[in-house]
Design a protein around this ligand. Structure first.
Ligand code: ARG
Length: 644
């Protein structure tokens, strides 16, 4: 039961009857919103002004507002609406309606959230890291957001196919193969293959960059006379100048292409050759690829386990689509979608300056070709209504092209949507990098979060015990429970910090902020949850009767009523988050709920309420607050802690 939908459905017939143009009704309905000021009511309908305009009575909005009110059907939801200002309609829910609605959610396992009217099939492409290449925090973001969306959509009754589109066929394998052949430390590889491969990867990237700078400097900027006199000094000079020119490491792509005119790079060439050999089926390179994959995947799965994300339904990486690419390109060509590019390459043109390469001059296929093959495969295999791509905003142009290419090619049966997100920044305001160690380093970041979560838990404990609260003895906790709690808090903090940001904006990764006990953090919500549960323990009250046979609701204080309304808005928040693919709408909701709860808690004694009926009614609200927090956090992939 979504309050807003319910109110809008009362207005719909009234507005349809009054509006000269039916097509305007959805816009008019959209102008019904939660009240910005609770003193004016619970909701407000701001549709009278717009309707007056379409009726050519722009000055009579107040009168039109009254006509809308008069046209509302009889109902037991709303008190008699009032008109304020130029024509705002203020709406207040009836006490009986609130009482019934609260009983309704108390007895509902889904706390009032109903299944979507039409259940859809979604494929969600998220996490999708590049295997064998350092995993970075951008993949962390994709993983956390994708996991939350999967949970939210499934909760609403949609079918979600979680698909991890691994980058397991890219140029990074050429880098690894070359590194393996040239610099392998056999002992280290035997002991810990992933660490050795990560070392090789970084080594070769750095080497490529060095050679690139040296080569550009030597080719384009050397002073021949100086070189003849003292080759080492001149090479050093051009190298230093090159380093200065290219001091921003982001100017390097995988092959280490620095700014400025290109120059020969034997290392980059060797890596490209290794990649090409792999792609054309060289037995030795394929064997090594098969050897590299399992330990690399294990490293990625370690991160997933630490993050406690849902299992993927598929991990069809880029390599999975390789055998299909020749046919895919033929079919695209046959559909007349592609045209010939330079040197026998094949492109799809989207604009004068905007083309996508689908087959290179040398016959190699591209990231775009693979993504087009993926669209076809998903459309035919999973027959989804929607495919979502939870990927960094920087790939916006790539996806815009892939989606348009797929449409022209004839794959129109599913909606394609890029669910983009911003960067994770360090405290210096620059994109956070875990470039050197990759997954290992990301893992260390998460381990640190867990460690901090444990310390925070212990701190809260000692504080409360010093304040004279009856807290269980920290030493009573078994080691396993301590770890379990530490990761609920630490990993919860990381996830919540990410999900509570509007996903399209950048956010700063800051342990101190994400683990704050006050403010819009997971820790605060977990703490609020634990405090609710503590009331039941302290009062020795069994909560089950509040869930099967809820007591009558009494709203003796404005803070109770405000809390009731907030509890009833949970479905609104979940539905909005699903509609916009924006988990932060759930965290904003939680933040509002927590604030209402804290006002309630300060003003309304629960266990010491004046009458047994009032105590029961307040316990019902406390139980619901805890259930909603737990459910909302669960939708975000975050656990609660029973005692804190
Ligand atoms: N592997 C890519 C990267 O790390 C992301 C893949 C996203 N999904 C896709 N279907 N292209 O940048």
């Amino acid at each position: 039961m979504n309050l807003l939908t319910q109110i809008r459905s009362l207005f719909e017939p009234a507005l349809t009857a009054l509006a000269p143009d039916r097509a305007k009704v959805p816009d008019l309905l959209a102008a019904i919103k939660p009240a910005s000021n609770a003193d004016h009511g619970d909701y407000q309908a701001n549709c009278a002004m717009a309707l007056a305009k379409t009726l050519n009575r722009p000055k009579e909005a107040q009168q039109v507002a009254k006509e809308i009110i008069a046209a509302l059907p009889a109902n037991d939801v709303l008190e008699a609406p009032t008109v304020a200002g130029p024509g705002f309609i203020n709406l207040r829910l009836k006490p009986d309606f609130l009482a019934k609605a609260i009983a309704g959610i108390a007895t509902d396992a889904k706390l009032g959230v109903s299944l979507a009217v039409k259940s859809k099939r979604f494929v969600i492409d998220y996490s999708s890291p590049n295997v064998a290449k350092p995993l970075h925090v951008g993949h962390l973001r994709s993983t956390i957001i994708g996991d939350a969306l999967t949970r939210v959509l499934r909760f609403l009754g949609h079918t979600v196919i979680a698909d991890n589109h691994l980058g397991d066929w890219g140029t990074q394998f050429g880098i690894l193969l070359y590194g393996y052949r040239t610099f392998l430390n056999k002992e280290a590889y035997k002991k810990n293959p992933v660490r050795e491969l990560a070392r090789l990867y970084v080594l070769i990237r750095n080497l490529t960059t060095t050679v690139d700078i040296l080569s550009r400097g030597f080719t384009h900027h050397r002073d021949e006379a100086a070189f003849q006199t003292n080759a080492v000094a001149e090479l050093t000079r051009v190298y230093i100048n090159g380093l200065k020119r290219a001091s921003d490491p982001d100017d390097y792509d995988d092959e280490g292409g620095a700014k400025g005119p290109p120059a020969p790079n034997p290392v980059a060439n060797a890596c490209r050759e290794e990649t090409a050999k792999l792609h054309t089926g060289d037995a030795e390179n394929l064997k090594l690829w098969h050897e590299f994959m399992p330990p690399c995947m294990e490293e990625i799965h370690k991160v997933y386990r630490k993050l406690e994300i849902l299992p993927f339904d598929h991990e069809h990486g880029e390599s999975f689509y390789q055998p299909m690419l020749t046919d895919v390109v033929e079919s695209i060509q046959a559909a007349g979608v592609s045209e010939e590019g330079e040197g026998g390459s094949l492109i799809i043109r989207f604009g004068p300056e905007n083309v996508s390469l689908i087959r290179k001059r040398d016959g190699a296929f591209t990231y775009t070709t693979t993504d087009l093959a993926t669209v076809k495969y998903r459309a035919e295999t999973f027959k989804p209504d929607v495919a979502l791509y939870v990927v960094d905003f920087r790939q916006g142009q790539h996806f815009a092209n892939v989606f348009e290419g797929a449409r022209r090619w004839g794959y129109t049966s599913m909606a394609l949507e890029h669910v983009k997100f911003g960067s994770v920044l360090g405290k210096d305001g620059k994109p956070l990098k875990t470039r050197e160690g990759g997954a290992t380093e990301l893992m260390q970041l998460l381990e640190r979060a867990v460690e901090l979560g444990g310390s925070l838990f212990e701190l809260i404990h000692w504080k409360r015990s010093a304040q004279g609260h009856d807290v269980p003895n920290w030493d009573e906790f078994a080691e396993e429970e301590k770890t379990n709690i530490a990761s609920a808090i630490g990993i919860g903090a990381v996830k919540y910090a990410d999900l509570s940001q509007n996903r399209t904006t950048d956010y700063t990764f800051d342990f101190a902020k994400m683990l704050a006990t006050n403010g819009n953090t997971a820790t605060y919500m977990q703490y609020a949850y634990a405090r609710c549960r503590a009331i039941f323990r302290k009062g020795e009250v069994n909560e089950s009767r509040f869930r099967t046979n809820p007591p009558a609701l009494i709203t003796s204080h404005a803070a109770e009523r405000a809390l009731v309304l907030q509890l009833l808005r949970f479905p609104e928040a979940v539905e909005a988050a699903a509609a916009d693919y924006s988990p932060h709408l759930i965290t904003s909701y939680l933040w509002d709920l927590a604030k209402s709860y804290s006002v309630f808690f300060e003003n309304c004694p629960v266990l010491k309420a004046e009458t047994p009926e009032l105590k029961d009614s307040r316990l019902l609200l406390v139980d619901l607050v805890s259930r909603v927090i737990k459910q909302a956090l669960d939708l975000l992939g975050i656990r609660v802690v029973e005692r804190m």
